[in-house]
Ligand binder design. Structure first.
Ligand SMILES: [Zn+2]
Length: 214
């Protein structure tokens, strides 16, 4: 049976890293919207050209176009055994479209990585990058381990900006989480643990979701 996983979670919850890890361990493609948008644009497909035109105006790619690009990606052979989606769906409309794309017997596991706001603020506001080469510093390091450069904080990681991003995320995704919450294949995972513990919980959640579906 195909393993299909949607990973949800606020910025700073480690969603991308966990999605990547799960995909690698299972030999599945990790499909993130940023990557497939870039790929679609590079491929020069009709949708890719349309997406490029939208992005060149500085706008976000709308639901219909994003759905089309994800559908094209999921039709490729490597996604037939399963996939991990990161960044899609982002709206209830996209979630409904995804259900229609997957019109067969394999379950869609949805894992929501939950981390308290204070923990994310602590995590992100402690993050430093190298002002010279952009490398993300090891927590607690005094200078860049790659080039010795001075460490600085990204504007995006400042506490007030992190809180604002979290509020925007919560506002935008509440309906999406509500859309999935009552399904037997939905699980919440505590993201305020070590990366290994979170990965183990995600694996258990997916196994339970697949069993719950049978
Ligand atoms: Zn550096």
């Amino acid at each position: 049976m195909a393993v299909r996983l949607v990973v949800l979670g606020p910025p700073g919850a480690g969603k991308g890293t966990q999605a990547e890890r799960f995909a690698r361990e299972r030999g599945l493609p990790k499909i993130s919207t940023g990557d497939i948008l870039r790929e679609a644009v590079q491929s020069g497909s009709e949708l890719g050209r349309a997406a490029r035109a939208v992005m060149e105006t500085g706008k976000l790619v709308g639901d219909d176009m994003m759905i089309g690009i994800v559908r094209e990606r999921l039709e490729r052979t490597d996604a037939q055994r399963g996939f991990v989606l990161d960044g899609f769906p982002r709206t209830v409309l996209q979630a409904r479209a995804l259900d229609r794309m997957l019109d067969d017997d394999s379950p869609l596991a949805v894992v929501d990585i939950e981390v308290p706001e204070e923990a994310i603020v602590r995590r992100l506001s402690a993050r430093r990058i190298c002002g010279s080469c952009g490398w993300t510093a090891v927590p607690g390091a005094a200078s860049c381990s790659r080039c010795g450069g001075e460490l600085v904080q990204r504007r995006d990681d400042a506490e007030d900006v992190v809180r604002e991003r979290l509020h925007v995320y919560a506002r935008d995704t509440q309906q999406l989480v509500d859309f999935y919450r009552d399904r037997p294949t939905f699980r919440s995972v505590d993201g305020d643990q070590s990366p290994d513990a979170v990965a183990a919980d995600i694996a258990a959640a997916v196994a339970a979701a697949v069993r719950g579906h049978e």
